[in-house]
Design a protein. Structure first.
Ligand SMILES: C[S@@+](CC[C@H](N)C(=O)[O-])C[C@H]1O[C@@H](n2cnc3c(N)ncnc32)[C@H](O)[C@@H]1O
Length: 261
């Protein structure tokens, strides 16, 4: 299947809430009365990083830069975490997140989606689907603030897991293992990565080796879209049943080298 490539039209915010924890925080929300989503597990001892993150984020407000401009500390933290991607990506002719939004819009709106490393939660803001937006830090109450290696989502609870330019750490396999845990059988794993990270000619990983590792995790590669100059998109589906392969040979993904077009 060849996913559509047109840019998604900007949508409006639909006020989704990312999880039980965030619903608790946002007491003015009209969604307060709703029961907790069955896709979000109660906090467990397996997610201490998430707890630490929330504490670290609490109380952070706006800071004055030297120039007198007000810049959120969260914005600064996000810029540092993402290696300045926003500035670089703003020069790209097409944003991978828009390709993914278009792809989602052309599929089932009843699918539940998990957007791992969601940034400004563009996916949730532009599709009808229920979206769990996940990021390390956020001042947006609709975002679940946690390490995406340990989310509070229930096992086999989502139809689509998205990693749009978010396989950032050396521990990226743990992010994909978490996606595998929360995805339903036959669920989609959609990955967009910076081209240079998956191009052996520029010191990047071998994309075949990358795909093979994910296949060994229990997925089938449905399609790969390499026509964009700046990023590659992979569309995997979780196998109904799969043998657990031990000691998967994950290729190293070097830090992102965002380049201007
Ligand atoms: C390059 S940005 C991409 C944002 C968004 N997906 C997009 O395409 O616009 C990567 C995001 O991943 C997040 N991130 C990185 N490591 C993470 C982790 N371990 N857990 C949760 N989020 C993480 C960063 O905070 C950042 O917002």
């Amino acid at each position: 299947m060849e996913p559509p490539q047109q840019s998604a039209a900007g949508g409006h915010k639909r006020g989704r809430r990312g999880g039980a924890r965030n619903r608790r925080k946002n007491t003015s929300s009209s969604q307060q009365a709703r029961p907790p989503s069955p896709a979000v597990a109660p906090p467990s001892p397996s997610s201490p990083p998430a707890k630490r993150q929330r504490k670290a984020v609490a109380g952070q407000g706006a800071a004055k830069s030297k120039g007198g401009n007000t810049m959120s500390l969260l914005d600064k933290m996000r810029a540092r975490l993402s290696g300045g991607y926003q500035e670089q990506m703003s020069h790209w002719p097409e944003q991978p997140v828009n390709v993914i939004i278009s792809w989602l819009k052309s599929h089932n709106p009843s699918w539940t989606v998990a957007d791992f490393g969601c940034g400004n939660a563009a996916v949730a803001k532009n599709v009808k689907n229920k979206v769990f937006s996940i990021d390390l830090v956020s001042e947006d109450p609709s975002v679940i603030a946690c390490d995406m290696a340990h989310t509070p989502l229930e096992p086999t609870s989502v139809d689509v897991a998205i990693f749009c330019l978010s396989l950032m750490g050396v521990n990226y396999p743990s992010f994909l293992e978490e996606a595998n845990r929360v995805l339903k059988p036959s669920g989609w794993l959609v990955i967009a990565e910076v081209r240079s990270r998956l191009d052996p000619n520029t010191g990047g990983a071998d994309p075949e080796k990358f795909s093979k590792a994910i296949i060994q995790l229990g997925f089938s590669l449905v399609s790969k879209d390499a026509k964009n100059k700046m990023f590659i998109l992979f569309y995997f589906r979780k196998k109904e049943k799969s043998k657990v392969v031990k000691n998967i040979d994950w290729p190293e993904l070097k830090p992102c080298l965002y380049k201007r077009r």
